[in-house]
Write a protein that binds this ligand. Structure first.
Ligand code: GLC
Length: 441
């Protein structure tokens, strides 16, 4: 990208992040997503580290406000001044003794990127500031990883289980929606489905008030996700209790565990640098996840998949998650297999990389995680391609992503066919990761 265009894009990206700034943290998009989200703030911090490392450091610190006594970092921290009764009522975190008293949060987590964000922020700060920042955040992030392994690694194999698709960040991704479509669910969900009343979920959502319903989660998916959250709540959002009850859905999610392997690498590096001691049993788990991902590999299909914890079966739905292990330390032959999958026509429409391959039954170019191209997954893939020496492909994808945003704006997601922007406008991680991508091309 020519330097004049790049300069303009950078300025516009910073403007978006300024408009979405709420003091110490940044909301994903002012009207649709007015609260703080876990992985969004991590992407924001990673991008801001390029422009304003002190603000990036506050973004990570602000996430720790939400930490539960058991170590969990919640996927949402509610903004005190925003009325969002439906969502707050679903969680009611303060009714749980483990939740913080001074902020309201959700009761589930999201992709564990704080260690990755802290790593980027520390690399950008001057040495003395980096030392103070890490001394503050690393112990809390260690407690978060301890929680992940203590409460979610149900089989002790280094892979953690998720209790809800909102935890994987790719909310309506076909792998989870297939499992939810087969899930029995509570009686009221079955009745609502039989009477075709799924539309009632619109009363509980704000997104379809402002955005075309064709771009958002369908009513059926929305109803099932709401029902699953209520069932998980009945079991205290406790994976072991959910597993015993047989009522919920538990998944060893490929995207989440991949990002956990990456975060573990960053955390071990940060702990070494700060002299933070990691309990030997946690150290063993941290080392296990990267290799354990190999057990999710399906040789017949030629790529990895998520696993349904209840049945032990692979979840057979092609999605962008299968490419994400490129961000980890894969053996060269595995990396080459994934690069070949990425190069195939189904993942290379005019504006790659689609969240679902274009030949899949579920592919829908407009709808949320069912096909659109997202800037965060593109950034992860650029990073993964670089890691495995695919520099030309990485530069091509980075350049293409920047052109798409330059032409179509800082949308939440984009049509992989036309590049048109969809979902929430002025989306923070799109803007932040543009700052990162501009630095790598
Ligand atoms: C949507 C996305 C999720 C994101 C949230 C806030 O729910 O699916 O990944 O964290 O919006 O931007």
């Amino acid at each position: 990208m020519k330097s004049e265009r790049a300069g303009g894009l950078r300025r516009r990206a910073l403007d978006v992040l300024d408009r979405n700034r709420r003091g110490d943290w940044t909301c994903p998009s002012s009207r649709i997503y007015p609260h703080q989200w876990l992985w969004d703030s991590c992407f924001v911090a990673i991008g801001l580290a390029r422009a304003d490392p002190e603000r990036a450091a506050s973004e990570v610190r602000a996430l720790l406000r939400g930490q539960w006594a058991n170590g969990m970092l919640p996927h949402m921290i509610f903004a005190p001044d925003v009325r969002d009764a439906g969502s707050r009522r679903l969680w009611r975190s303060r009714a749980d003794a483990r939740a913080p008293r001074d902020v309201a949060t959700s009761c589930i987590t999201q992709p564990p990127l704080p260690a990755v964000a802290a790593w980027h922020v520390a690399a950008a700060l001057p040495d003395d500031r980096a030392g103070a920042f890490l001394a503050e955040v690393v112990p809390a992030i260690v407690r978060y990883h301890e929680w992940l392994y203590r409460e979610r690694d149900l089989r002790g194999d280094g892979l953690v289980a998720l209790v809800h698709p909102w935890e994987c960040g790719l909310d309506t991704t076909p792998s989870w929606m297939q499992l939810l479509a087969r899930w029995r669910g509570p009686w009221w969900m079955r009745i609502a489905q039989r009477l075709r009343l799924a539309r009632v979920v619109r009363f509980f959502r704000t997104d379809t008030r402002y955005l075309p319903a064709t771009q958002r989660a369908s009513d059926d998916d929305g109803l099932r996700m709401l029902a699953l959250a209520r069932v998980a709540k009945r079991h205290g959002f406790d994976a072991a209790r959910i597993s015993l009850s047989g009522d919920g859905v538990l998944v060893e999610d490929l995207a989440f565990n991949t990002l956990l392997a990456l975060a573990n690498e960053c955390l071990r590096d940060l702990a070494r640098r700060t002299g933070t001691s990691i309990d030997p049993s946690l150290e063993a788990r941290l080392a296990l996840t990267g290799g354990a991902l190999d057990s999710l590999w399906d040789d017949a299909r030629g790529h990895p998949t998520s696993r349904d914890v209840t049945t032990g079966d692979a979840v057979d739905a092609p999605t962008i998650a299968m490419l994400l292990p490129l961000v980890t330390d894969l053996p060269p032959e595995r990396a080459a297999q994934l690069v070949a999958v990425l190069r195939a026509a189904r993942f290379q429409p005019a504006h790659p990389v689609p969240s679902v391959p274009t030949d899949a039954a579920e592919f829908d170019p407009e709808r949320y995680w069912k096909g659109p191209t997202w800037v965060n997954t593109n950034w992860l893939l650029v990073r993964g391609l670089e890691r495995h020496g695919e520099h030309a492909l990485a530069a091509e994808l980075a350049g293409h992503t920047l052109d798409m945003v330059d032409e179509h704006g800082f949308a939440e997601y984009f049509s992989p066919l036309t590049g048109e922007g969809y979902g929430a406008p002025e989306f923070s991680w799109t803007a932040a990761l543009v700052l990162e991508l501009l630095a790598v091309v």
